[in-house]
Design a protein. Structure first.
Length: 73
């Protein structure tokens, strides 16, 4: 399953907002430096979907606000 994520970094309150079935807005406290925000999003998605952390991979958008994650569900 592919999930499109709009990343919001340096947020005061981290959360995940569902836009539709495959699009989400993910807010994380970490800055967009040294892949910290990507790692925070990668940790937040398995919690939201209740899947193992190893089943989440960043496919597209490592340096962009819009990212595509592949979930092995």
């Amino acid at each position: 399953m592919k999930v499109t994520v709009l990343a919001k970094v340096n947020s005061k309150t981290p959360n995940i907002k569902k836009i539709n079935e495959t699009h989400f807005r993910v807010a994380v406290k970490e800055p967009a430096r040294d892949r910290k925000a990507n790692m925070a999003i990668r940790k937040a998605l398995p919690t939201y979907f209740k899947i193992p952390k190893s089943s989440v991979r960043l496919s597209i958008g490592s340096t962009s606000k819009q990212k595509v994650f592949t979930l092995d569900v």
